[in-house]
Design a protein around this ligand. Sequence first.
Ligand SMILES: [Zn+2]
Length: 227
Amino acid sequence: MNEKIIIPPVFKDKHVKAFFTTKSSGVALKDISRISSVPPDKIFMPIQKHTDKIALIESTLYPVIADAVITRETGIVIGVQVADCVPILLYESEKGIMGAVHAGWRGTAESILRKTVKTFVDRFSCSAENIFIAMGPAIRWCCYRVDFDVLSAVSRATGPGDYCITSVDKYCLDLPRANKSQALRSGVPEKNIWLSEECTFCNPVKYFSYRFARGTTGRQGAFIGRI
Ligand SMILES: [Zn+2]
């Protein structure tokens, strides 16, 4: 099987298994189990609804509605699934806290990544300086034209930053860059943040793209665990 996964370099030497999947590796539990070497019943993915809800996973892996997951448990894998939205992985290296975030424009406008970083800091006494973040393939500004309301909602949450190209009545939004701005404003150092340069819409053979497929499509994912 020609199975491609992406190993984000920012977690190198961090004693954590973290990867993004593609069209060929998908999000099926049996495939993620094989790639991560944990049983399927030790893999947790939330029921995603474009919310700002964060699920803290301790012993039970019962499915809940959330678009971010945080855990410090070993022997499990947490993940999110996407097709154009931004898949984000977080790892705090001192206390071993892991996170996975699904950030579409609604989640970005709800500051889901900032809220996730804040939870690392408030709940687990992490320092933002020790948080490492990887953002996987998502739709980029080359292909993501949005209306003014969407841009306004994302801008209100994100503040100033290099994440939009504007011309006369045309707004092209880069969600990974917007989320990077949110991470920087949360105190995460720029050197700790890695962004995939790939656009899902530009690479429909390699990635599922909701917009390219005009709706019905599969999902790739982002997964992390201390195994
Ligand atoms: Zn593109």
